[in-house]
Design a protein around this ligand. Sequence first.
Ligand code: AFD
Ligand code: MN
Ligand code: MN
Length: 424
Amino acid sequence: MQISKSLIEQNNESNILSHTKKLDYLKSEIDSVEAIISKLIAFQIAIPSWALGTGGTRFGRFPGGGEPRSLEEKIEDVGLLHALNQSSGAISLHIPWDIPQNHQAIKTLAVQHGLKFDAVNSNTFQDQKNQEHTYKFGSLQNVNKAIRKQAIDHNIEVIKQGIELGSESLTVWLSDGSCFPGQLNFRKAYQNTLESLEEIYAALPENWKLFLEYKAFEPNFYSTTVGDWGMSYSYVQKLGEKAFTLVDLGHHLPNANIEQIVALLLMEGKLGGFHFNDSKYGDDDLTAGAIKPYQLFLIFSELMDGMDAKGMNHATDLGWMIDASHNVKDPLEDLLQSVEGIMTAYAQALLLDRNALEIAQDENDVVRCQEILQGAFRTDVRAIVAEARLRSGGALNPIQVFRNLKVRENLIGERGTLTVATGL
Ligand code: AFD
Ligand code: MN
Ligand code: MN
């Protein structure tokens, strides 16, 4: 299914009056509305190929039908999102869940949908059919050299796939670690992982980045070999200037101050990118901004502050990706909500008066600091975000259009009710 521009325009007509009223009010209150709109238009968030099907828990999965059966259909789904919001112009592939058979054809299809290929992701946390060695006791950390080599070779293969598609980064997430005290020699596990990463790093093309994602828990529950930002930083620092830490919002211990982590990684020049999601307990992979929108805003405030201090381009100098999975929502509607949540936090951070905040900080005026931050956070910027979409040819209300056009029903018609997307 494809959504034409004229159908979107038709749907926008019913909302345009009330939208214009809201936008005019914001323009009368805020000077920087036009500048914010241009930044929002440039900002694109990559959609993970593994989020297009219904996720699940270990207790069950409740697919809603019409899930993409192939890489082609995954690209088509991201194309639908991008047509609606004009902010999802990239797809992030997971190998071997998405191995392209014909790279040229896949590239052409992506271009037709206005999509680029974002980071490619390797998978050494599952055993694949016909795989020689098992990753039961880890991959890059493994005590067995042959197993480490198999995992290194896989990552190099993923880089090759990415080169063919025009990706420019590799994301490595390791489930390596241990479940019980004494199971693992921490220093040996670190050294093995570092040496393995060095070999992968050596295979990166000149213009590529390596993102090393950390996670404190799961599937190992006693230790994780890249367990927090400090560990990731220590590896990427040793690897070299093309290696960066990737922050997945769900990968911290409870109550971690993620905005401070982001500020310091940026300051050190080692923040590479993001996996957006939200959580209540652990790696819940819920819709971005669904549980802790204030935290998301605070993260974006630090991002803007740190990026501007270094003269970085908001849209291109960090990798922006969603990493979420859903059990009860339509995956496409959920992704539309995630993108909206991220854009909203970005817009709020853009309207924050940072000069005033700096003065208040220098005067230790704690009350004023909070007033300034919450003043930005509590501004209803939805009309600004909608205007950015409108000007790019997207929908004022993407979810409404998704439902009006019966997108899911159409996909079920094309693909059937029993399809299962590859992934977890
Ligand atoms: C994991 C990580 C990582 C990985 C993904 C796979 O966040 O990004 O690629 O899930 O589904 O929890
Ligand atoms: Mn992730
Ligand atoms: Mn995760």
